[in-house]
Design a protein around this ligand. Structure first.
Ligand code: F0G
Length: 359
């Protein structure tokens, strides 16, 4: 396949997707994201273990949401919808706004007021969505959009829309295509739990179609202050610096448990401090700038490495772990600036600069 011939996940994986020749393909050429070998993390993980990073931040709007949105918006257009709506912690709204712009339909977005990252908010606005900041959290906003979509001719494009899950499952296909088979383990953040549901569906479909020979163990991570699945009850006031996964009552809770149990995996939690540590390790050691929610994957990986989790099932065979980096670091520039030393102000003087940089 030449690079030019890649035209997005719908055309690439149509035999696995609910599309026909009449489906208009609304695409920004999403998908086909790199799977990057992580040298530092592989070394930390130990002998015979390879860690790979699926960098979903390189999708057109900077997150994995584009995979589901291309299909959700294409199907909405096929059904002659004129407007779409979503609640969002930021990335879904950025993606919905961009794809609705391509399709030429109206996009309405409800976001939790004051709790979404600046990059994401700027995207929804610049693409022309009608953005309403709700005084309440994501869970409240989701309840409201569900009610609106049930009563008015507006298509819901949150991951309760099954086409979102269908599109997102293509990331597992890409991982299998890249590695030649499914990985042994997959590590990912869990918020509303649509993505873990989608990946697991994708892995199962690829295996039953003979494209892969095994299934990975699914390892999901929530933030400690927003960990309803781990605590086995909804969290009324979720709190975490990883605002993308600041969710107290995930819509796909049940299917996340299925992914966990069918794969003999786990869903655990990581602290904000651990997320920030992982965020910096990713940037400083692997050269990848991912948003804090994505760093929850790496915080989870480190937690499991430190507990010896990967030692148990290992034989002499190589073990491959894929961590999903769901969104780009530029989505949340404020968090990055809070995590580093500010640049030092200096006179435009050669001697002073050389002294400062140690020459
Ligand atoms: N990582 C990022 C960067 C996200 O934006 C999200 C969810 C997740 C992980 C969790 O994925 O919800 O499928 O379990 N963001 C949604 C949004 C909720 O509105 O953008 P999930």
């Amino acid at each position: 396949m030449s690079r030019q011939s890649y035209n997005g996940i719908i055309r690439e994986y149509k035999e696995f997707l609910p599309v026909d020749e009449k489906t208009p393909v609304i695409t920004l050429n999403e998908g086909n994201t790199p799977l990057i070998y992580a040298g530092h993390l592989s070394k930390l993980a130990g002998k015979n273990i390879e860690v790979y990073l699926k960098y979903e931040g390189l999708n057109p709007t900077g997150s994995f949401k584009d995979r589901g949105m291309t299909l959700a918006i294409s199907k909405a257009c096929q059904e002659r919808a004129t407007a779409v709506i979503c609640a969002s912690t930021g990335n879904t709204s950025a993606s919905a706004a961009a794809y609705a712009a391509v399709a030429g339909i109206k996009c309405i977005v409800l976001i939790p007021s004051g709790a979404i990252a600046l990059g994401k908010l700027s995207q929804a606005l610049i693409h022309g969505a009608r953005v309403l900041a709700v005084k309440g959290n994501f869970d409240k906003a989701l309840d409201l959009v569900k009610e609106i979509a049930a009563k008015y001719p507006i298509t819901l494009v949150n991951s309760l829309n099954p086409f979102r899950i269908e599109g997102q499952k293509t990331a597992s296909f890409e991982i299998c295509d890249h590695l030649g088979d499914a990985p042994d383990f997959q590590v990912m953040p869990v918020g509303n739990a649509g993505n873990i549901t989608a990946y697991w569906k994708g892995y199962k479909e690829y295996k039953s179609s003979g494209k892969s020979s095994k299934l990975p163990v699914m390892l999901g991570f929530q933030a400690e202050g927003a960990a309803p699945i781990v605590r086995n009850k909804p969290v009324k006031n979720p709190e975490t610096i990883a605002t993308a996964i600041r969710i107290g009552n995930p819509a796909s809770w049940k299917s996340a448990l299925e992914a966990r149990d069918e794969s003999r995996g786990l869903i655990d939690m990581v602290s904000d401090a651990a997320i920030l540590r992982a965020y910096k390790i990713l940037a400083e050691k692997e050269g990848i700038f991912a948003e804090p929610a994505s760093a929850a994957s790496i915080a989870g990986l480190l937690k499991l490495i430190e507990s010896g989790y990967f030692k148990k099932p290992l034989s002499e065979n190589k073990c491959r772990i894929v961590c999903i980096l769901t969104g780009h670091g530029l989505k949340d520039p404020e968090r990055a600036m809070k995590s580093v030393k500010k640049p030092k102000l200096i006179k435009p003087d050669l001697k002073a600069i050389l002294k400062e940089i140690g020459y």
